[in-house]
Design a binder for this molecule. Structure first.
Ligand code: MN
Ligand code: MN
Length: 260
C-alpha cells in the first residue's frame, strides 16, 4: 500500500515519503515500532485530498512513496533524495534511526517527551534512548535543539546542562518558541511520544502531561526551513489507530505548509 496521494513518480516528485522499519533489539518498554510505516500508510487514506484548513489539494503536491528501506539503504537513499532537491519524509522505526541517517549539513530540531541524552542504554550507544546524544555529537551544540521534554534520568539531565544541549520542557511549550531555532536548514525529528498519550497512545514509551495540536502550529512556523523530516516511535501493537492517524496527518499537513 502507498501513502495516500503519493501518486507521482520518483523523478517528478517534490516530496519523497519512505519507511525505515527498524527498531532496537532491546526497546526499553514496548516492541513494535517496525510495524509503523504500513500502519501510517493505511491511516493516510482516511483523509480528503483537499486540505480545508490550508486550502491546498494534496493530489497536486507531487508526492512519491518510495517504499521501505533497511537502515543502511535508507541512509543512502535519504542523501540521494536531498541531493536531488527533493524533500524526504521518513517513517520510522525507532528513534535510533535518526542519528544514523542524519545528513551532515542541517541543524536538528527534536520534538520528544524524552531527553534521549543517555551516553548508553543497556550497553548500547545506538539505543533509541541515546538518539539526541548521538545527534549532538554529530552536529555540535549550536545545531541541535529539543522541545517537549518531560522525562529524563538524573545523569542525562545533568550531562545536558553541563555540556550545553539546548532543550525546553513540555510545561513551557508554546508554538512561538520556534523563534529559539537559530539555524536555516532544519532536519525535523518527531518522536510521537511528544504528544500526550490521549492524542498518541500507541508509542513505545508513553509519557503523560504531553503536548497537543499546538505542535502543528509549531511545525507550520518552521516548515519553510525544513529540508527533511522523520516521524518515529509509533508502536502499532499498542495503538487503536489514533497514533498512526496523527502521524499521517503530520505528514500531510507538513506538505501543505510547504506549499502554503
Ligand atoms: Mn526519542
Ligand atoms: Mn520519546
Amino acid at each position: 500500500m502507498k501513502f495516500a496521494d503519493a501518486e507521482e513518480s520518483y523523478e517528478d516528485a517534490k516530496f519523497v515519503i519512505f519507511g525505515i522499519p527498524y527498531e532496537d533489539a532491546e526497546m526499553s518498554f514496548r516492541k513494535g515500532a517496525s510495524f509503523a510505516p504500513e500502519h501510517i500508510r493505511y491511516e493516510s487514506w482516511n483523509y480528503e485530498s483537499y486540505d480545508l484548513r490550508n486550502n491546498f489539494d494534496l493530489s497536486k503536491a507531487k508526492i512519491n512513496d518510495a517504499g521501505n528501506f533497511s537502515l543502511l539503504e535508507g541512509k543512502k537513499f535519504l542523501n540521494k533524495v536531498i541531493s536531488e532537491g527533493k524533500i524526504p519524509i521518513i517513517m520510522g522505526g525507532a528513534h535510533s534511526i535518526s542519528p544514523f541517517i542524519l545528513p551532515g549539513d542541517a541543524g536538528v530540531v527534536i520534538l520528544d517527551a524524552h531527553l534521549d541524552f543517555r551516553e548508553e542504554y543497556l550497553g548500547d550507544k545506538n539505543s533509541h534512548a541515546c538518539a539526541a546524544r548521538r545527534i549532538f555529537e554529530k552536529v555540535g551544540k549550536e545545531n541541535i535543539i529539543s522541545f517537549g521534554i518531560r522525562s529524563a534520568c538524573r545523569e542525562e539531565i545533568e550531562d545536558a546542562k553541563k555540556i550545553g544541549f539546548k532543550h525546553f520542557y513540555a510545561w513551557d511549550f508554546k508554538s512561538q518558541m520556534a523563534e529559539e531555532i537559530k539555524f536555516d536548514k532544519i532536519f525535523l525529528s518527531i518522536d510521537m511520544d511528544v504528544f500526550d498519550p490521549c492524542f498518541a497512545p500507541g508509542v513505545s514509551n508513553p509519557e503523560p502531561f504531553g503536548l497537543g495540536y499546538e505542535i502543528f502550529d509549531f511545525i507550520k512556523i518552521i516548515s519553510k526551513k525544513v529540508i527533511a523530516m522523520d516521524i518515529v516511535e509509533v508502536c502499532p501493537p499498542y495503538d487503536d489507530g489514533r497514533t498512526s492517524l496523527l502521524a499521517a496527518r503530520i505528514i500531510r499537513d507538513f506538505i501543505s505548509f510547504k506549499n502554503f
